[in-house]
Design a binder for this molecule. Structure first.
Ligand SMILES: Nc1ncnc2c1ncn2[C@@H]1O[C@H](COP(=O)(O)OP(=O)(O)OP(=O)(O)O)[C@@H](O)[C@H]1O
Ligand SMILES: [Mg+2]
Length: 404
């Protein structure tokens, strides 16, 4: 027996990806169907054109029509304006020494949410990083323990209210409901990181079309995140400008012949490129192509490395650095990021899924859609009743970030 399917929708700057997922008896994610459509309505992770985004979602919905039509979707929220902050909560247990319940866990997490974001921002999620019972730290799941004082450290992600409203408008505009909103940095690593890596520490770098997201998981929760305003689209834009190519041609060239790192000196091989206004293709040295790409990819990696330093978690990542997102498909990307971030353990992260459409959703550009499915399906906690209403996700603690 598998669970009811849920639908996750990744609204990206280059594509919209829709997934129907279930959980099988062994607790594994099964992808039942996956549909994708190009999207021009989102810039740097934020909806800038409602109509174009609606059209893209409708196209993705049509693509999975033979499987079924969603009534509600779990949708991501990206954008460079996402912010993650750490907060603390406190909750007395009365009578003193009684067993801690799920209501206590919810209460202490909610207490940590008392920090008020600026008036134009809203909290999306508060992820428990660590509980303390009577001063004893390192508790990942307090429910069932006895104590008199419960404390928590959470990572709270906030976003501009306008971005959340636009998300709702676009989804509801095509007759769908928003079941949940999951920030990109939360979802990015959940499709492939092991529970051990999330516990011990791992950094995930999701290189999208116009954003790159760094998520650092540690202690089972999310410990740091940032969304940077550069992605693989910047590489395409460089090729377009420097080689005087049409953007589509430049993107094709990047996908077909690109590499994130240059090759050894002495190779004089060439590729054909079509330039605007030229009737004949020109021969371009591969070395030159790789140089252009490496220079931009290195810039992105350096920005990510700066944030890793800032996070204070450098040297605390036994799970290493995992690059994902469509931009990580350039050969050599893990090596380049590993070298610049000075993390020898760097690899490519692709979703680990089963099911009839598993193959279709197994590329790194599916990490966010699959991660959202993992977050919802593998993190349901029947102990903790969600509150009703539009903003119900605010009242929920996903057990994904607590050991059960
Ligand atoms: N095979 C490939 N080789 C190199 N680059 C690729 C390949 N496939 C896709 N890309 C690049 O990956 C980018 C798209 O990645 P992805 O689908 O993860 O972005 P997105 O989610 O739409 O954007 P964002 O997360 O920034 O909003 C594009 O710039 C595209 O050119
Ligand atoms: Mg993306």
């Amino acid at each position: 027996m598998t669970t009811q399917p849920i639908f996750t929708l990744d609204l990206g700057s280059s594509k919209v990806a829709l997934l129907a997922a279930t959980l099988d008896d062994a607790g594994r994610l099964n992808v039942q169907e996956a549909g994708v459509a190009p999207n021009r309505g989102i810039t740097r992770g934020v909806i800038t054109d409602l109509d174009l985004t609606r059209e893209a979602i409708s196209e993705a919905v049509s693509a999975i029509r033979s499987y079924g039509t969603p009534e509600e979707v779990v949708v991501n929220l990206g954008g460079t304006q996402l912010e993650g902050i750490n907060s603390q909560g406190f909750h007395p247990i009365v009578p003193v020494g009684r067993t801690i319940t799920s209501a206590d866990a919810l209460a202490v997490v909610n207490h940590s949410r008392q920090v008020r974001p600026e008036p134009d921002r809203e909290q999306i999620v508060a992820i428990p990083r660590e509980f303390k019972v009577d001063g004893q730290s390192g508790v990942s799941r307090p429910i069932g323990l006895s104590g008199s004082r419960l404390e928590v450290t959470t990572h709270i992600i906030t976003a501009p209210i306008a971005n959340m409203r636009n998300l709702q408008t676009v989804i509801e505009g095509i007759g769908l409901r928003v079941a949940d909103i999951v920030p990109n940095p939360v979802a990015a690593g959940l499709g492939f990181l092991s529970a051990e890596d999330r516990q011990n520490g791992a950094a995930v770098v999701d290189i999208g079309a116009s954003t790159t997201t760094l998520s650092i998981y540690r202690g089972g929760g999310l410990a740091y995140c940032v969304v940077l305003p550069l992605g693989s689209g910047s590489v395409t834009a460089d090729l377009t400008k420097l080689l005087k190519m049409a953007p589509e041609e430049a993107d094709q060239l990047k996908r077909k012949h690109g590499r994130a790192v240059n090759m050894k000196a002495g190779d004089e091989s060439t590729v054909e490129v079509r330039q605007i206004g030229q009737s004949q293709p020109r021969h371009l040295q591969r070395r030159v192509l790789f140089e252009i790409i490496e220079s931009r990819m290195s810039e992105i990696a350096r920005m990510v490395a700066q944030h890793l330093d800032r996070s204070g978690m450098k040297g605390m990542l036994p799970g290493g650095v995992v690059v994902t997102g469509g931009g990580s498909l350039l050969p050599g990307t893990p090596q380049l990021f590993g070298a610049i971030m000075r993390e020898p353990n760097a690899r490519l992260g692709t979703p680990k899924v089963e099911g009839p459409a598993a193959l279709r959703a197994s590329g790194p550009e599916w990490s966010v859609a699959v991660g959202m499915a993992a977050y919802v399906l593998q993190g349901q906690d029947s102990d903790i009743e969600p509150a009703n209403g539009l903003d119900h996700w605010k009242e929920r603690i996903r057990t994904f970030f607590m050991k059960v």
